[in-house]
Structures are given as structure tokens and as C-alpha cells.
Design a protein around this ligand. Sequence first.
Ligand SMILES: *Cc1c(COP(=O)(O)O)cnc(C)c1O
Length: 428
Amino acid sequence: MKQMYAALGVSEEVFEYGERVLKELEGRFRAVDAVAEYNQAKVIAAMQKNRVGAACFAATTGYGYDDVGRDNLERVYADTFHTEAALVRPQITCGTHALTVALSANLLPGDELLSPVGRPYDTLEEVIGIRESKCSLKEYGVTYRQADLKPDGTFDYDAIRAAVNEKTKLATIQRSKGYATRPTFSVAQIGELISFLKSIKPDIICMVDNCYGEFVETVEPSDVGADMVVGSLIKNPGGGLAPIGGYICGKKEFVDRCAYRLSAPGLGQEVGANLGLMPAFYQGFFLAPTVVSGALKGAIFAANLYERLGFRVVPNGSEPRHDIIQAVELGSREGMIAFCKGIQSAAPVDSFADPMPWAMPGYEDEVIMAAGAFVQGSSIELSADGPIRPPYAVYFQGGLTWYHAKLGILLSLQKMVEAGLARLPENK
Ligand SMILES: *Cc1c(COP(=O)(O)O)cnc(C)c1O
């Protein structure tokens, strides 16, 4: 094994340090496997209930009327998330698009959007109009208010109560920390927040940005009162196989509006050919619980590996997990580059590429991204990225298999050690 890792560029010292860290994680890994087993059963049950068969895998083109595979996939998603309806489409191009559809379909001029969890994900700033942008919700007369989290990362219920008013129509709750170093919320915490919001204003629509959270726990935000859950198929629920797509699951009245916004008023869910993507969507969803478990093991391993070397990691090495993202604060631009080079050099695809900081559409700061993915930009595949700004945190996620995640993490440390940016503990 050591020789194999050496051939891939991992020194004996780094490998053995990794093995020592891993020995202590056996209990954690067993717990991750148990969640995956539960979620695997949940997905299989939804597929069986909806009689998934070969006819579901046929390609459609053109308008896509009476698309059996597409319609049934949406029932499978709805049953897995325990919602009345679902919109799962290749025409939803990414997570930001899915969130934009959900927001712009359900907010009308004069309505107000509330984020009770502080600043939203970078790309949402332009969607909302926090940063001026063409076609933002702000341009269409939708106002925005946010209640920041308390310094310890918990909900500021007083600030939330003060922010809710007669115009407040929809609350957007981001489950994952995204590019911030606040904690990711558990589904139970999200449930408490939703109950609180509904106690102040019963008809407020609660939408959860579920990106990176799917299948990390045995329950989803839709099990605790969310009216809509939204995410990307090139993250968790695509299982690494979906080459594009997004989903919105939730109450029928809200999902219907999303479908009208996505296609056209009057057409809604009836149109949208599947373009031959159904096999990848079904099979990816089937694999997603296991893929997520591999990614989670990678995140837990990375946290423990780096924490012991003195780096701040969020979540820390022992905290429970509510998404697949691991932030590692590397303290410098050079650290971010070395880490990302390691992840890149572990990839099955584009391992020869050299990640560099770059300006990216939708992001305010320069961003560095390491990804050697079969699906371009897929972040359920092993990837690391982060905006070049203090505290110079790299957000590490994914890995279609645990072994690939392990290799990537070991190589990231290898590059850090070689650059003199990390020092291994004495081998005792
Ligand atoms: C990735 C992500 C998004 C945006 O998804 P894209 O597919 O990159 O557009 C939104 N919110 C969160 C929390 C995310 O992690």
C-alpha cells in the first residue's frame, strides 16, 4: 500500500501520519455508514413505490410532452423528500438557477425576502440584488432583509422577530455554510427556525437551500416543515452521474409556480424533454447516499488530519456533520494554492492541470478551484475551492469514493509539507 501511495506522490511520513489519524476514526465512519444504509433504503423504497422500469430511461426530445421517465423521477424525488411535488430538470442549469427559480416564482413586486441566517451564498447576492445586478429580484421590486447570526453562529431570534413584517413573504434558509466559516445547520435546528418563523407569521414560505446537505442525515429539511427544498444535481443528489440539473421539492402550490417560472405560464411541468439523461439521473440518485458517505468520510478525515497540525477547521474534528463541506483555514494565499494543487494532482481527470486564483462570474473575490472531475465543475466529485480572502479558507468537498478522497487529502498535505507550510508531528 505504501508503495502504491508513493507512486502517486505521497511520502511514507505523510501516509503513516494519515493512518494514525484514521485509526481513531473507525467509530465515526461506522456512524456515517449507518446513515447511508438508511438513506439507501429510503431511495430504493421510493423507486419501488413508483415502479421504476426500463420505460423510464427512454430519451425524449422536442417539447417533451408525456415524458414518463421525467414525471416518474419527480415522483421519486417527492417521495424521498416526503413532499407533495418535485421539479427535477436538466433545464435547471445549476444550484443558483434552481434557487433563482424558486425565489422569483414565489416572490412578487412589493414582497420582501428574509434571510434569517445572515448573508447568503455569494452567487445569491446578485440574484437578490445585494450586489447590483441586471434582472435581480431587487430590480423587480422585491426587497430584502437579513437577520445576522449571533457571534457564536446561532439564530438571533430577537433580530428575526424584528425583521419580519407585513411584507415578508418568503424566508430563505441556507443549510450549508457555503463560503463562510459559520456552522452548518442541522436539520433539527432548521426545524426549530421554521417553527419560530411560522409562529410569528404562519403563512411565511420557508425555502431551504439544501445544497451539499442531501443524505447527510436521515431526515431532510422537508421533514421538519420546509415548504421548498432546493439543490443542485451536480452536488449530492446527482450521485456524480448527473451531468447537469437541479431540483425543487415541496408543496404543490409553490412547486407549480416554479415550473411556470422555469418554462412558461400555462406550460409549467408539462414541457421539458429529458434529452436522454434519465439513466444518469435515476442511477445517480440511487448511488447518492453511498457517494455522500464517501465524501463525508473524506471531510471527517481532512478535519482530523489538519486539526492535529494546528490549522483551524470548520467543522472541527469531532463535531457532528450536517453537510459534506470541510473548511480548512490555511492562513495564506500560498497555503490555498498548495492545498488545491494536492487535490488536483490526485484526480483521475486533469491531474496535470495547475489550479490558480482567478476571477469567476458571480463571485466578488478571486477564487481558486481544484477539480479533476468527470462532470465539469461537479463538486460532489473531489474538489476544493475558496475565495482568496482572509482567513484564506479552502472549502473541500466531495469524492465519488472514499479512497479517492483519502488520496486527495493526503496529497494536499504532501504539497503543504513540501512548500514548508505544514509540519508533521513527531512519529511516536
Ligand atoms: C453550490 C451552492 C449554491 C449554488 O450552486 P451552483 O450550482 O454553484 O450554482 C448555492 N448555495 C449553496 C449553499 C451552495 O453550496
